[in-house]
Ligand binder design. Structure first.
Ligand code: PGA
Length: 262
């Protein structure tokens, strides 16, 4: 295995939780803790709902809170007749520098196909955003032993239209659907196996610089063990990112692991 000096990343996906006032409070709380006890190695990003983004970007800037701000979705289009959608350039203008692309809830509940995921990823990168591409199998595919082939196909579909340079700036989040929001994460063995598989697939696709996150019921109790899996560079966190204490504990678990891993 090649040695990679990759800084860990922990991204909080708030999903459809917290209005702009609640968002403000959570980010301020995160800021207060980080100003007293900064993380040394780990990058933090929060991904609030669209309507919170302006507030969150303003407070992050004015209080110099060391977190990036991300959106949970973005349109594949630049502008025009796309009711309900938001473009990458609109997000950039607000100071949003990260975006989640192809989360399983978008793929499943909003019919986001592999083609749309690929087009969305390309649009985000064209706008100069950092993208977190989500991949992962459902329970049926896992039971049928198709998890690697399914995730491999998702990766190839999303990345193959991009230039080699663009591929390496994509962060990949492996999130098995059966572990999301269930309170039970995948096992260390399952995560290690898929982390290694995703890394090998990314190497084949020329995306050698990509970070790999794990997502699915990550919390402050399991983060340390999962963070020590060699192929995993951080987390995409849902439920546990809604409280400053658990989100930051997960960040700290990555920080603590970083030195030992590299
Ligand atoms: P969870 O969600 O941490 O609540 O399981 C993860 C995700 O959907 O990104």
């Amino acid at each position: 295995m090649t040695t990679r000096a990759t800084r860990p990343l922990v991204m909080g996906n708030w999903k459809m939780n917290l209005d702009f006032v609640e968002a403000l409070h959570l980010v301020q709380e995160i800021g207060v803790v980080l100003h007293h006890q900064p993380l040394e190695h780990t990058d933090l990003v929060v991904a609030p709902p669209f309507v919170d983004l302006r507030t969150v970007c303003s407070i992050v800037e004015s209080e110099q809170i060391p977190v990036g701000v991300g959106a949970q979705h973005v349109s594949q289009f630049e502008s025009g007749a796309h009711t309900g959608e938001v473009s990458a350039s609109m997000l950039r203008r607000l100071g949003v520098t990260w975006v989640i692309v192809g989360h399983s809830e978008r793929r499943t509940h909003y019919a986001m196909s592999d083609e749309v995921v690929a087009a969305t990823l390309a649009a985000a990168l064209r706008a100069g955003m950092n993208a977190v591409l989500c991949v992962g199998e459902d329970e049926e595919r896992r039971r049928g032993g198709e998890h690697q082939s399914f995730v491999g196909a998702q990766l190839a579909s999303a990345l193959s239209g991009l230039s080699p340079a663009a591929r390496s700036v994509v962060t990949v989040a492996y999130e098995p659907l059966w572990a999301i929001g269930t309170g039970v994460s995948a096992s260390i063995e399952e995560i290690a196996e898929m982390g290694t598989f995703v890394r090998a697939t990314l190497d084949d696709l020329g995306a050698t610089g990509s970070r790999i996150l794990y997502g699915g019921s990550v919390n402050e109790d399991n983060a340390g063990d999962i963070a020590s899996v060699r192929s995993i560079d951080g987390f995409l966190v849902g439920g546990a990112s809604l409280r400053a204490a658990s989100f930051l504990a997960i960040g700290r678990a990555c920080d603590d692991c970083y030195a030992g891993k590299r």
